[in-house]
Design a binder for this molecule. Structure first.
Ligand code: GFP
Ligand code: GFP
Length: 835
């Protein structure tokens, strides 16, 4: 390959290849050059924002050099690549991560201090890249980190939402959504104006005969929107591999501006096409696990799948390999059903554009995709109406019908006596209007389907995909328990703890092999280690207390028990159970004698998370938490014993402050509803204990850390159906302490009772679908056990340290190796030293 460039040019090029900075001085030379020339600022107007920009650009330059080398190596070796398609990538901030992975943070700290800046202040200037809702999006970000760190040739593909999801403001106790202008300054992306894809919508399908007399379908007419690539380099830790995250932005294919219209006085409509096209990548639909049939969302999904598939196919075609090699060269992972359109799209490309016959094409398609399911909530499984499909993507609808026909014929051959099964497994739901069941299409078009924790992977096989297990056999279904990247969630979030661990384990190898943490068990009884571990927790609580004071003006006692629940607000995650528990505690405190009060450990209940804008019940929960906070935090009888905090606009960078500061975190979903949960892992690895139900990854966490080190409560998944039944048929009585909580709400203790009546009635009169009442007594009892356990600080500490030592399993590196082996069949490409 090198030979393609003549010698003198090669020599010139090599001579001028930029040299990455090594020392503090060289770093400063780069940073100052960027501040002065790229930003056009000077010493006299360089604020922290500009210093951040200079630092980020200096690190970006380093990243890009490795990014180029990695991409070239991946192209030249031409081994199998993984493409991770996700509508969400919740990346958070990039600078600290880049510094860690490149390994030059110390140099930059020194350099910045010479220029008069503190690293913490510089890091906090960065705007979070919040292209996601919650766990699913953050999982995708952890996976990118692991894939790069393990040297897998892997790309992410997503959408570049101009306004992110939304920024949450709490005004008078209510959530208010405002746009998130995260792109105001973003040094971490490269606009690839040369990489664009035309994506078609609407139109109609015509049939023709080609020269060989073969019938061909041609999708004609409609409208074209252009996808433009924006590349985000993803550096691995402890390696020079830098992978790529390609995000698509939308633009009008006709150009930005219609001069003819402008000249004839139609000023506004001259930019209308552009605005309409740009809407496609304007915002991420907040997920409330309720699929609303929004045309724009289907448009987004297809736009992103079509652009990504075009790019992947183009890259494959450059190798000039035969089509049958495609699945050996390309693995595409579907992160939930959102990218399912990629399946009919690849089939369409192969048959309509590349001229393969149906079976040959389908054999390629169905070997290429893997599908990860993240929820069993039936209302969350995506469906799109057939008429909408017909209108927006007429050719794809035909293809889906053909996929379905072939599939149903196959089922019929294998299960000739079972007529019902055809109806049940059909991709098309015979409703009015008919619906396309995306999850079924994803199962049928993929060679592996995985759940994200053991219980969840079992549940998908016995509930939503039961028939498919019968049809395909159990081997098509597998489990990969979620994980988190220890680089961000231990080292970056909790540098002192990471340092303490490194001092005992002889270095930072555990950040690459988290199972090494088990060696910490040897220090469980080590006095000095314990002392330091405890001091670190305290310091992290002081840091959070300061943040609370600065943002909300509320003083909290850092010695109090910090009880945290931060995640999307959803009824199944049961923040309502938590706040009802808080009210129960408040009522109990009000009734306590001074002696009793002395015995109680002070508590700070901390909530955070966004509610989908249209999810009224979730918003009511936010409002209730804030109202309770207002009353409790100002009640002199209560003082320090209880504080209730709602942290506004929860995101990744806030999670990095919150996770290390918790004593207890809450993972209290109705059993069987939380597929995995990943913040449970983040809290435990930072030395916090958890209160949780037997759900998702809580079960495997318990298995790893031991049941003495976790506070489990509540009904089991297997009991849920019967309990729900008992609510419906009135054979059930409301828990009395919950009734007391409701009385206090209804008597107006926390403001206008009417605002909370739907929340209360949902439990009292409307079946209590999430079984709050059934678990309430057990929840409160367990909270008392926690109070008691916290009084014995020594034992608490033993539990916390033991748990950290046993969390080695939950690294996303372990997940990625499992995906690579069981699903993708890919090997790492380790960068050669001399490069
Ligand atoms: C091309 C080149 C690579 C180069 C990348 C960067 O790859 O050497 O690093 O572009 O965009 F071949 P494809 O995107 O065409 O695979
Ligand atoms: C979803 C599921 C979680 C799971 C993540 C990642 O996340 O149980 O841990 O995906 O697999 F619900 P949320 O968007 O609900 O946080």
């Amino acid at each position: 390959v090198e030979a393609s460039i003549p010698e003198p040019q090669r020599a010139a090029w090599k001579k001028f290849t930029p040299k990455p900075f090594e020392t503090a001085e060289e770093f400063n030379a780069e940073a100052v050059r960027h501040i002065e020339t790229t930003l056009a600022r000077s010493m006299y107007n360089c604020d922290e924002g500009a210093a951040y920009a200079g630092t980020a650009l200096a690190f970006r330059d380093r990243l890009v050099l490795d990014w180029n080398k990695t991409q070239q190596a991946q192209t030249f070796t031409d081994q199998k690549r993984v493409y991770y398609l996700s509508l969400e990538f919740l990346m958070g901030r990039a600078l600290d991560n880049a510094m860690l992975n490149i390994g030059k943070k110390d140099v930059a700290v020194k350099g910045l201090s010479d220029l008069g800046f503190r690293m913490e202040d510089i890091i906090s200037q960065e705007h979070d890249a919040a292209l996601g809702n919650g766990g699913l999006g953050r999982l995708a970000a952890c996976f990118l980190d692991s894939m790069a760190s393990l040297n897998y040739p892997a790309w992410g593909y997503g959408l570049r939402y101009r306004y992110g999801i939304f920024k949450q403001e709490i005004i008078d106790g209510y959530q208010v959504e405002v746009p998130d202008y995260w792109l105001d300054f973003n040094p971490w992306e490269f606009a690839r104006h040369d990489i664009t894809v035309d994506v078609q919508f609407y139109g109609h399908v015509s049939k023709y005969q080609d020269d060989d007399g073969k019938n061909v379908s041609v999708w004609e007419g409609g409208e074209i929107v252009q996808a433009c690539a924006y590349d985000v380099p993803i550096a691995g830790y402890g390696t020079s591999t830098v992978n790529n995250l390609r995000l698509w932005g939308s633009k009008a294919a006709s150009g930005e501006f219609d001069f003819q219209k402008f000249n004839s006085g139609e000023y506004e409509s001259s930019v209308a096409d552009q605005q309409r096209a740009e809407t496609i990548s304007a915002v991420l639909y907040p997920n409330d696990n309720l699929e609303r049939g929004k045309e724009l969302r289907l448009k987004q999904q297809y736009f992103w799948c079509a652009a990504s598939l075009f790019d992947i196919v183009r890259r494959f075609k450059k190798t000039q390999r035969p089509w049958k090699d495609f699945p050996n060269q390309v693995a595409i992972q579907l992160n939930d059903t959102h990218p399912t359109m990629a399946i009919p799209e690849l089939q369409r490309i192969l048959i309509d554009q590349e001229g393969l016959d149906w079976d040959e094409a389908w054999s390629i398609v169905s070997k290429t995709f893997g599908y990860t399911n993240h929820t069993v909530l039936p209302e969350a499984l995506e469906k799109w109406s057939v008429p909408l499909f017909q209108h927006l993507l007429p050719r794809h609808l035909q293809i889906i019908y053909d996929i379905n026909l072939n599939f149903l014929q196959f089922v019929e051959r294998n299960f000739p006596k079972e007529r019902d099964i055809l109806n049940r497994v059909s991709i098309i739901e015979e409703s009015n209007p008919k619906m396309v069941r995306m999850a079924y299409l994803a199962v049928i078009g993929s060679h592996k389907v995985n759940g994200v924790a053991e219980l969840h992977s079992d549940l998908i096989k016995t509930t939503i995909f039961k028939d498919f297990v019968k049809i395909y056999g159990p081997d098509k279904f597998t489990n990969v328990t979620n994980g988190i990247t220890p680089r961000r969630w231990l080292h970056q979030a909790n540098p002192r703890l990471s340092e303490l661990i490194a001092s005992k384990l002889g270095g930072y190898d555990f950040l690459k092999d988290l199972t090494l943490l088990h060696k910490l068990e040897a220090y469980v009884d080590d006095k000095d280690f314990r002392k330091e571990f405890q001091e670190i927790k305290y310091a992290n609580k002081v840091r959070l207390a300061k943040y609370i004071k600065d943002t909300l003006g509320v003083s909290v006692n850092p010695s109090a028990l910090f009880d945290v629940q931060v995640k999307r607000i959803h009824e199944y995650k049961r923040q309502q159970l938590n706040i009802f528990g808080v009210i129960h505690r408040y009522l109990a405190i009000k009734a306590m004698s001074p002696e009793e009060k002395k015995k109680l450990a002070p508590r700070v209940s901390i909530f955070g998370g966004k509610a989908a804008p249209g999810y009224w019940m979730a918003k009511t929960v936010i409002h209730l938490v804030n109202q309770v906070g207002k009353v409790v935090n100002n009640d002199k009888d209560v003082g320090d014993l209880l504080k209730v905090i709602y942290l506004e606009d929860y995101n990744v960078s806030k999670a990095e402050i919150i996770c290390p500061a918790s004593d207890i975190s809450e993972h209290i979903s109705t059993a069987g509803t939380e597929a995995s949960g990943t913040s449970n892992m983040k809290f435990v690895i930072n030395g916090g204990l958890i209160i949780g139900t037997c759900d998702g990854a809580n079960i495997e966490i318990t298995r790893e850390i031991g049941e003495n080190n976790i506070f489990l409560f509540g009904n089991l998944a297997e009991d849920v159906e019967e309990l729900r039944h008992s609510h419906m048929y009135g054979t059930y009585t409301l828990d009395p302490s919950l009734a007391a909580v409701f009385d206090s709400i209804q008597s107006g203790t926390f403001g206008d009772a009417g605002s909370f009546s739907a929340l209360v009635n949902g439990i009292v009169d409307h079946g209590d679908y999430y079984l709050v009442s059934d678990d309430f007594a057990s929840y409160c009892k367990t909270q008392e056990l926690i109070d008691e356990a916290y009084r014995n600080q020594d034992e608490w500490l033993t539990k916390a340290i033991t748990s950290v030592a046993r969390m080695g399993f939950f690294s996303s590196d372990r997940c990625i190796d499992e995906y690579a082996e069981m699903i993708w069949n890919t090997e790492p490409l380790v960068p050669s030293k001399d490069e």
